[in-house]
Design a protein around this ligand. Structure first.
Ligand code: NAX
Length: 334
């Protein structure tokens, strides 16, 4: 088996601390896959990153061929097969959303250029750093030699959160819930939808709407808000944003992309819209329901039933992404 080269940016940060461990121990690519693990962060974080590197060395993982810690994009992006783009500038108190878009737009412009120049052309990219959808769109724009379908942003954490809320409500295992869909932006306009979700009861799946038939008020109000505001609730409790759950979600996203989804299972990934699905405009990175084949090709699931209520929510998030796109691009020179 050929070894693969995997990059994690923001490698000295809190998500990466869990993510690097999970990748190194085989949660994403399997425990038989040998890896070179490359870690990028900014110069002031090199001492911290060196500590992370030492810890990874001390784990003596059997499948790690090389561990590389760097603050140079050229070294980090060289010949990579997979990129987890986690590093970004966090929003500080009093910072305008547009300012955040501007700072991160520049980071993802530079990383797009580096992907274009140094990475393998079939590199698979998962953007986690916020604003994740718009960062992924910018990255793709500045990496024209890499196929657009290789750029994705993470809404798997939102999917996992939604799945956990449904299983909690029904008092069943999370593994008994499948096909909850996240539409739109990884922001408070995202639309978690259970219209195509199914619940395993006994030997058979039944529609989640049926299992929750007395709960339509909960589905349309509390559930949606709980998922949309879960990130904020965690910040308020932990005084830090989600890290363990974000790392787990990044692993889930990439593992499904790498190996394919199971038959009958739909997952949510933010991908570049081509304008041909569910009336979502072209050019934004929007979370859709997808399935993935064994050749690592994802496909948007068409034909899911969309109510008027759902359409309204889906369009609202698309509108926010169009605004983010326009703002971010206005700050960036071609
Ligand atoms: P941390 O602040 O702990 O770590 C971020 C790291 O990125 C820092 O070490 C920083 O030095 C580094 N960094 C900054 N600019 C960089 C650059 N140009 N190149 C390489 N590294 C750079 O944040 P953490 O909690 O790890 O979160 C990382 C990002 O994930 C944030 O943007 C956060 O908002 C986002 N999240 C996204 C989620 C999603 O579902 N898409 C959920 C969790 C999380 O909120």
């Amino acid at each position: 088996m050929t070894s693969i080269r995997v990059l994690v940016t923001g490698a000295a940060g809190q998500i990466a601390y869990s993510l690097l461990y999970s990748i190194a121990k085989g949660d994403v690519f399997g425990s038989n896959q040998t890896l070179d693990l490359v870690m990028l962060d900014i110069k002031p974080m090199m001492s911290v990153l060196n500590g992370v590197l030492m810890e990874l060395q001390d784990c003596a993982f059997p499948n790690i061929k090389e561990l590389i810690a760097t603050d140079l994009e050229e070294a980090a992006f060289k010949d990579i097969d997979v990129a987890f783009l986690v590093g970004s500038m966090p929003r500080k108190e009093g910072m305008e959303r547009k300012e955040l878009l501007k700072i991160n737009g520049k980071i993802f412009q530079s990383q797009g250029v580096a992907l274009d120049k140094y990475a393998k052309k079939n590199v698979k990219i998962l953007v986690v750093g916020n604003p994740a959808n718009t960062n992924a769109m910018i990255c793709a724009k500045f990496a024209p030699s890499i196929p657009k379908e290789n750029f994705t942003a993470m809404t798997r954490l939102d999917q996992n959160r939604a799945t956990a809320f449904v299983s909690g409500k029904l008092n069943i295992l999370a593994s008994q819930v499948k096909n909850v869909v996240i539409w739109g932006n990884h922001s408070s306009t995202q639309y978690p939808c259970i219209d195509s979700a199914e619940i395993l009861l006994g030997e058979a799946y039944q529609p989640a709407r049926e299992a929750l038939k007395d709960q339509s008020n909960w589905i349309e109000n509390d559930f949606i808000k709980l998922v949309q505001q879960r990130g904020a609730a965690i910040i308020s409790a932990r005084k830090l944003s989600s890290a363990m759950s974000a790392a787990k979600a990044a692993c889930d996203h990439m593992r499904d992309w790498w190996f394919g989804t199971k038959k009958g299972v739909i997952v949510s990934m933010a991908v570049l819209s081509d304008g041909d699905h569910y009336s979502i405009p072209k050019g934004i990175c929007y979370s859709f329901p997808v399935t993935i084949d064994e050749n690592k090709h994802w496909k948007i699931v068409d034909g899911l039933p969309i109510t008027e209520f759902s359409h309204g929510k889906m369009d609202l998030s698309a509108k926010e992404l169009m605004e983010e796109r326009n703002d971010a691009l206005s700050f960036i020179k071609d």
